[in-house]
Design a protein around this ligand. Structure first.
Ligand code: GLN
Length: 447
């Protein structure tokens, strides 16, 4: 714990933590140490973990990096925090992220951008940017993030770490601040796939507080091992033909394909017929769900209340206008628009149908192939401030990650080395629903 605290202090300029639980982590470390000595410690004893600041931890602040929750303290713990603590993990702090997890660069945080440890002029990726840099810069052993449309995988790829999002319905969302509930899923940022497998086992599985959870048995981390069987792997040919994909990203994909083939795996190019609909379908649905989820921040129940409010209407209006950031407001307005009476069928209902087609088509591909291999993001980490002005440019950045989110499938971003500027590159492996064990075992191949 002391070592990590030192690293956090030495690199405070990266803006990774919204709060460090310094004293508390030191006290927990002593308690865990005593349990290790008496032989009663849990399976995560000594594992120092950072959590994204949209995960509730009793009696600790949780802000979702928003002004509207700046002074909010959680009165209960999320199921995942309880499960981590029950196994003697030590939670070292809460990490900066995009406001309400809306973003792909961590530039939408009320507390400012997180800087990439590989190049401090560049973004960390998002929305779990703080969690990714915390692991990248050695400020903790592992970090927990949330992934709605790529928020664990994309920052993992920008920071050269492993980012794993399990199947939708595997990990309880109880105590996770909602963004888009039919997509939100907890994920891990780690240096190894082993750690991802262990944290996944501890956090996953049925929970009476989340009715969307699967009752299926959770894969055992002890069974995690490198899979050296021969696989059938599809890759998206558009990832290599599209001018929007960076040359280094294409090269890392080509190198992996060649290596896989040389080792006897069957790797084939495919085209995904709904490729151009992935980002629009995701954003229509995510914004619709967000506008509904964020209606609870009304200046009355909890969170920020405008001091200028004089009656109920001005309490709503001013508290929300002053409490939410620009991107969050944009999404609430667009979400409300696509759900409104005159446009519901044209946008929301249509996007639901498209989601169904995307799901079916993706599952069809996975009947023929074991995995789908794509870049995680079209480019490595970009300079801070470069894309901020045009939200649509940033939305299009999610092209490779939202497919797994729309289909509810497990996917992992694996680091595949750095480009000539020292910027990390990553590839994404997408697997069959609830086949995390198969996905994690084959992921070892890339490390
Ligand atoms: N970039 C995507 C968005 O802004 C994904 C974010 C996430 O997964 N939380 O919606």
């Amino acid at each position: 714990v002391k070592g990590y605290l030192q690293q956090i202090k030495a690199n405070a300029r990266l803006n990774v933590f919204n709060e460090v639980f310094e004293q508390e982590a030191l006290v927990s470390a002593k308690a865990v140490d005593a349990r290790i000595k008496s032989g009663t410690a849990g399976r995560l004893a000594g594992m120092v973990i950072a959590i994204k600041d949209n995960i509730c931890y009793k009696d600790h602040k949780v802000t979702a990096s928003s002004r509207i929750l700046e002074d909010f303290t959680s009165i209960y713990s999320s199921t995942i925090v309880e499960r981590l603590l029950a196994e003697d993990a030590i939670i070292i702090g809460r990490c900066n992220c995009d406001e309400f997890a809306m973003g792909a660069a961590n530039e939408n945080s009320f507390f400012g951008a997180v800087k990439n440890f590989a190049d401090e002029t560049r973004v960390s990726g998002g929305s779990s940017g703080g969690s990714a840099v915390a692991v990248q810069a050695g400020m903790c052993h592992a970090a927990i993030g949330t992934d709605t449309g790529g928020s664990v995988r994309q920052p993992a790829s920008f920071c050269g770490v492993v980012g794993f999002k399990p199947t939708y319905g595997r990990i309880s969302r109880h105590g996770i601040i909602s963004y888009a509930s039919s997509f939100d899923q907890v994920g891990t940022l780690t240096k190894s796939v082993d750690d991802a497998a262990l944290l996944f086992e501890i956090m996953a599985g049925a929970d009476e507080f989340d009715g969307t959870l699967s009752q299926r048995p959770v894969p055992k981390a002890d069974a995690h091992t490198k899979d050296s069987g021969k696989k059938k792997i599809a890759y998206l040919q558009e990832a290599l033909s599209s001018p929007g994909v960076d040359a280094d990203v294409k090269n890392t994909l080509i190198n992996s394909i060649e290596k896989l083939r040389a080792e006897g795996h069957a790797v084939k190019a495919i085209s995904f017929e709904y490729l151009e609909y992935l980002v629009p379908a995701y954003y229509i649905l995510a914004m619709a769900e967000a506008s509904s989820n964020l209606a609870r921040y009304d200046g009355v129940h909890y969170g920020y209340r405008s001091p200028n409010a004089t009656d109920l209407t001005s309490t709503y209006k001013l508290s929300r206008s002053e409490g939410f950031g620009k991107e969050v407001k944009r999404r609430i307005m667009l979400g409300t628009f696509v759900l409104s009476a005159g446009y519901y069928d044209a946008y929301y209902a249509k996007a639901q149908k498209v989601r169904r087609l995307i799901k079916e088509q993706t599952n069809k591909i996975l009947q023929e192939y074991d995995f789908l291999l794509t870049p995680t993001a079209p480019e490595p980490a970009f300079p801070i401030g470069k894309k901020e002005k045009d939200p649509v440019v940033t939305y299009l950045y999610d092209i490779f990650t939202v497919q797994a989110s729309l289909a509810g499938l497990p996917a992992i971003s694996l680091p595949t080395g750095n480009n000539s500027k020292g910027l990390p590159l990553g590839l994404q492996l997408l697997g069959k629903g609830f086949a995390e064990e198969e996905l994690l075992n084959f992921s070892e191949y890339f490390l």
